[in-house]
Design a protein around this ligand. Structure first.
Ligand code: SF4
Length: 200
C-alpha cells in the first residue's frame, strides 16, 4: 500500500480533510478496500497531520462549498484536532461537515457530541443497516453490536446539541432494509439520506 501526506483533497467544490486512517469499523463496502486512492487521491497516510498543518493547507475556507472531515478513516479518532480545525474554519466564515460512523462516544468513552458545537455545522452519520446484527455483519465494528445503538444515540445527541444531523445508508442494502432504516430515522426525528453505492 502506497502511503503519503494527502491531508486535504478537493472534490466537487468541497475540500475534504483526511485526518486519520484509523477506524473502529471494517466495512465490507468501504471505498478504501484494496485501494490506494479515491478518485485519484492517495489517502493512505504515512503519519497523521497536526491541526495547525491542516488549517494552513485549508487556507481561506470560503474558496470551497464545504470543508468536510471524511477521508480513509474515522475522523473522530482525532477529536481535539477536528474541533480545533473546525473552529478555525468557522471563524474564517467556512462551512464544516463531518462524515462519521457515529461511534465517537464509544471511541472516547463519553458523550462527545456537545464538543462539536461551534466546530461543525452538519454531521452525516452512516447508519448502514437496520439492526445491530445486520450492522455488525457489514461494518465489523471493534465494539460489536453495541456500535449500532451508540451510532443512533450519537446522532440524537448531536441533534440535542443543536447541530444539524442526518443519517445515511447505501442503497445496496436493499429496499426493505432501507425502509426499516427510514423508520428508525423517523423515530429519532432525524432525516435519512440514501446514497448510491460506489464500487470499491
Ligand atoms: S466507517 Fe467508513 S472508513 Fe471506516 S471502514 Fe466503514 S466505510 Fe470505511
Amino acid at each position: 500500500m502506497k502511503q503519503g501526506t494527502k491531508f486535504v483533497y478537493e472534490l466537487d467544490g468541497n475540500l475534504y480533510v483526511n485526518l486519520t486512517n484509523r477506524c473502529s469499523n471494517a466495512c465490507t463496502f468501504c471505498v478504501r478496500n484494496g485501494k490506494d486512492d479515491y478518485f485519484g487521491h492517495e489517502l493512505w497516510l504515512e503519519r497523521e497531520p497536526s491541526a495547525e498543518e491542516v488549517i494552513q493547507l485549508i487556507g481561506d475556507p470560503k474558496r470551497y462549498r464545504q470543508i468536510v472531515f471524511c477521508g480513509f478513516g474515522e475522523p473522530t479518532y482525532r477529536l481535539p484536532q477536528l474541533v480545533e480545525i473546525g473552529k478555525a474554519v468557522k471563524a474564517k466564515g467556512g462551512y464544516v461537515r463531518l462524515n462519521t460512523n457515529g461511534q465517537a462516544s464509544l471511541i472516547h468513552g463519553q458523550n462527545v457530541a456537545p464538543l462539536l458545537c461551534g466546530a461543525v455545522d452538519f454531521v452525516n452519520v452512516s447508519m448502514n443497516a437496520q439492526t445491530p446484527a445486520a450492522y455488525q455483519a457489514v461494518c465489523n465494528s471493534v465494539f460489536g453490536e453495541d456500535a449500532f445503538f451508540a451510532m443512533i444515540d450519537f446522532a440524537k445527541e448531536v441533534k440535542k446539541a443543536g447541530i444539524e444531523v442526518c443519517f445515511s445508508v447505501v442503497d445496496v442494502i436493499g429496499k426493505d432494509a432501507v425502509s426499516a432504516c427510514r423508520t428508525l430515522a423517523e423515530q429519532a426525528g432525524i432525516p435519512l439520506r440514501v446514497r448510491e453505492y460506489i464500487e470499491p
